[in-house]
Design a protein. Structure first.
Length: 159
């Protein structure tokens, strides 16, 4: 069964300058924590084959740091502007189209969509803190995502 990793971006600067919210960069602490999170995934043997990421600067930088900490081989990386401040349905539509050959997918995005996605696959009611991840094994193929709760759900964080 496929595994889904739902990660909220790491800590970002308060101001994105003229680029606004979309252009906010990670703080040095956020960058370091995201890298440690990648190391945590590697240590647990959780290696995504696909990373679907909001194209907002802080989400993209979070994914880059996580993948750096994870080490090779790098997953296929998909950046998409639609995932910045979008509704949960946008994520569900994309994830339901993931190729069935993909065993593990990492998504990196923003609240409240990340918590909504985590709860849709079985997480208890929660809000994901910065650089927190809900990991679970889906009960069926990607095309049926959200139809039933996942198994072996766990909240992951690198401190």
């Amino acid at each position: 069964m496929p595994r889904l990793l739902v990660l909220r971006h790491a800590a970002a600067e308060a101001d994105g300058g003229t680029g606004g919210d979309f252009a906010r960069a990670l703080t040095p602490a956020g960058q370091a924590r995201a890298r440690r999170f990648g190391e945590l995934l590697a240590g647990r043997g959780l290696r995504p084959e696909l990373a679907i990421v909001s194209a907002a600067r802080r989400a993209e930088a979070t994914a880059a740091a996580v993948l750096d900490g994870l080490g090779p081989p790098a997953p296929v990386l998909e950046l998409d502007r639609r995932f910045h401040n979008c509704q949960l349905d946008v994520w569900l539509e994309r994830l339901r189209a993931v190729d069935e050959a993909v065993a593990t997918t990492l998504v990196v995005g923003h609240e409240p969509a990340m918590a909504g996605l985590a709860m849709r696959v079985g997480a208890p009611p929660l809000g994901l803190a910065l650089c927190e991840c809900w990991s679970c094994v889906l009960p069926g193929p990607w095309a049926e995502l959200g139809g039933a709760p996942g198994a072996d759900g766990v909240l992951l964080r690198a401190d």
